[in-house]
Design a protein around this ligand. Structure first.
Ligand SMILES: [Zn+2]
Length: 171
């Protein structure tokens, strides 16, 4: 990611332990820590709400509402903001923590390691008409019943793991 030290311009800067850039010449250290991200399983009587990704990574695959947590935000506040941005709907504060999985997110040549935190919300009567899709990032909104869901259509490793865990817990 960095080819030169941003402090002394040395070309000897090294990336160590998957977390930090360290310059042996001037001692500069930069931590490239994991990013916190959230996702929400909104389940309705029409199925689970999925978003069709309109951009890379995982273009055309199914994703859950959510995204990166911004500086100064809690996980729940970040997730509510992302839902408002992506589907024009606030899930409210009554989100239940469900599970967390690690994920990787390649973006413009940089691999971000994330800690994805998933929440669930039961919203039986929610319909497409209640939602407003963000057109640049979201290609469509779909409700899919668990029996019709194909795990290979899901966008990310963490998405596949959390949906599988959710379906397993539903019995
Ligand atoms: Zn340096």
């Amino acid at each position: 990611m960095f080819q030169f030290c941003t402090t002394c311009a040395s070309p000897h800067i090294r990336f160590e332990a998957q977390t930090r850039f360290q310059c042996p010449d001037c001692g500069f250290v930069y931590y490239h820590n994991i990013a916190a991200a959230t996702g929400c399983i909104i389940h309705t009587d029409k199925g689970i709400l999925f978003l069709l990704r309109a951009k890379e990574p995982a273009l055309g695959k199914l994703d859950l509402p959510g995204g990166f947590v911004s500086p100064g935000e809690s996980a729940v506040a970040g997730l509510r903001r992302e839902c408002l941005e992506e589907i024009g709907w606030d899930p409210g504060p009554e989100l239940s923590f469900f599970a967390s999985f690690p994920n990787t997110y390649p973006y413009q040549g940089i691999l971000y390691n994330t800690c994805d935190m998933y929440f669930t919300l039961s919203a039986p009567a929610l319909r497409k008409a209640d939602l407003c899709r963000e057109p640049e990032e979201i290609g469509g909104i779909q409700f899919i019943q668990p029996a019709e869901l194909r795990i290979e259509d899901l966008a990310f490793d963490s998405t596949r793991r959390v949906i599988q865990a959710f379906l397993d817990r539903q019995g």
